[in-house]
Design a protein around this ligand. Structure first.
Ligand SMILES: Cc1cc2nc3c(=O)[nH]c(=O)nc-3n(C[C@H](O)[C@H](O)[C@H](O)COP(=O)(O)OP(=O)(O)OC[C@H]3O[C@@H](n4cnc5c(N)ncnc54)[C@H](O)[C@@H]3O)c2cc1C
Length: 459
């Protein structure tokens, strides 16, 4: 049902006419997110500037039973901020103020619409460090990161978004404002509601403020890349690094297809005669960094690395790291539709999973480039395809199913960081099982009895 004129009028009264978009050409940029092959026009886009405005919008939506899809920057890769027909897109990007950096308590308080990059820079400017660094960090919002519990390249050593959330301000679907958490390092008073909202993909409440934990900025960092003629030896090098009790701050993998696309795109000077590339970074005390970098170089050599490059300075380190940071953009250039997948397996099963993906590509005659947060066991097989080719899309779906089944068979999961959204909801019941599905549904019904927040996502 189209949005009622009375609802639109009330919305304009609540947040001001310039903050409500209704023209078709204004709505088109909000009709998709980072997920391939999914589009849906919303009823309107509403920009909130304050938590009171968010509360006002939700009260109105709850009374009129109008669906609301919360949106940060729309970089999500599981269709989480894809509109529901005729919904209100509640966009948080105007709530982007960093409110406080507390050096005594090592915390940062920000509105949810601040970008991850701005948050990192605010911490960095006072010698502190906010580690979670999704590949999209220049544009993704902290609210989106919390709602997806995003990971990043630093995940192996520093963990994911959840590990840095100390408190949240959340507006519930009926408009009530809730604060959970505080600056205390220890707090076990009641259920950890904060954990409930982390990764809730916009289905339980709208996150408006986030209190983040910061840590001291590492004094030194070293960056290396190593190339390998065989996938197995690259995977073995990763296992040997972990077994040597080195926890690099970055341990990333690119396969041959990805290396070629990156080189074609960024002209970094990567060797093209290899099957696999590892990006390895270590940070911390200068002496420990020098020692760990030397050990990783030695381990790569023992595993028959074809070539090892150690960055001599920050500029070269940035250049080498950009091979990984630019992987998705590089792959996205070569085919009309790029579907980036996200499976995680126990690290001991990585080599098997990488080989399985390559075999699935051959079986279904598909082009798949794989890059991964190797140290986390998190793989991104990326399908280079064309959504207009129905036969190929059918083969893509079949290959997906086999890859997810294999990941689960190996003790892994159907998503390590991109969430369920709409793209993976059909796979969740089999993975989560009846009891978990029932509890999740009941939680959702309790918090949002009218089902106005992001309906049709996750379930
Ligand atoms: C090039 C590229 C690289 C990427 N790399 C990574 C990576 O390394 N690691 C990783 O984990 N992800 C990665 N992603 C995925 C994506 O960037 C993350 O999921 C990110 O956290 C989404 O943030 P966003 O602000 O764009 O959120 P959106 O896409 O706008 O929204 C994502 C979900 O969060 C909900 N949401 C957004 N804001 C709020 C809020 N304030 N309150 C409640 N719910 C909210 C939405 O309803 C939706 O369900 C990448 C994406 C791209 C395009």
């Amino acid at each position: 049902m189209p949005l009622a004129q009375s609802t639109l009028s009330e919305l304009r009264r609540t947040i001001g006419t310039p903050n409500v978009l209704t023209e078709k050409e204004d709505l088109i940029p909000y009709s998709f997110d980072g997920t391939a092959a999914m589009k849906q026009m919303p009823g309107c886009v509403a920009f909130a500037n304050t938590v009171e405005q968010v509360a006002g919008i939700l009260k109105l939506a709850n009374q009129t039973k109008t669906p609301v899809v919360t949106r940060g920057s729309g970089t999500g890769l599981s269709g989480g901020s894809l509109p529901v027909a005729d919904c209100i897109i509640l966009c948080l990007v105007k709530m982007d103020r960093i409110l406080e950096v507390d050096r005594a308590n090592l915390t940062l308080l920000t509105e949810a619409g601040a970008t991850t990059q701005a948050t990192f820079e605010a911490a960095n400017s006072v010698g502190l460090f906010y580690p979670p660094d999704p590949g999209s960090m220049k544009i993704s919002t902290i609210g989106g990161n919390v709602a997806e519990n995003s990971g990043g390249l630093h995940g192996l050593k520093y963990g994911v978004t959840r590990n840095y959330i100390m408190g949240l301000e959340v507006v519930l679907p009926d408009g009530e404002i809730l604060w959970t958490g505080n600056k205390c390092v220890k707090d076990v008073a009641g259920y950890s509601l904060r954990d409930l909202f982390i990764g809730s993909e916009g289905t339980l409440g709208v996150i408006t403020k986030v209190l983040l934990k910061l840590i001291p900025r590492p004094a030194a960092k070293k960056t290396l890349i190593a190339t390998f003629a065989k996938m197995d030896t690259a995977a073995q090098a990763v296992s040997d690094i972990i077994a040597a009790q080195i926890i690099p701050c970055t341990l990333e993998f690119l396969d041959r297809t990805t290396i070629r696309c990156v080189e074609d795109y960024a002209k970094i000077g990567l060797p093209l005669d290899c099957e696999a590339l590892l990006l390895m970074e270590t940070d911390g005390h200068p002496a420990a960094v020098a020692d760990e970098a030397a050990k990783m170089e030695e381990i790569a050599r023992k595993n028959d690395a074809m070539e090892i490059r150690v960055a001599r300075d920050d500029a070269e380190a940035m250049k080498l790291a950009s091979a990984r940071r630019g992987a998705f953009s590089a792959l996205a250039r070569v085919a009309p539709t790029t579907i980036l997948e996200d499976v995680t397996v126990p690290r001991s099963e990585l080599a098997k999973m990488v080989s399985f993906v390559a075999a699935a590509a051959a079986k279904y005659k598909l082009r798949i480039g794989t890059f991964s947060h190797m140290g986390d066991g998190n793989l991104h097989p990326t399908f280079l395809t064309d959504e207009r080719n129905k036969d190929e899309m059918h083969r893509v779906e079949e290959a997906f199913k086999e890859i997810f089944d294999e990941a689960v068979r190996l003790g892994g999961t159907i998503t390590g960081e991109h969430g369920i959204g709409i793209a993976k909801k059909s796979f969740l019941p089999k993975f989560a099982g009846d009891a978990q599905m029932r509890v999740m549904r009941e939680l959702r019904r309790t918090l949002d009895p009218n089902g106005i927040l992001n309906p049709g996502k996750i379930f």
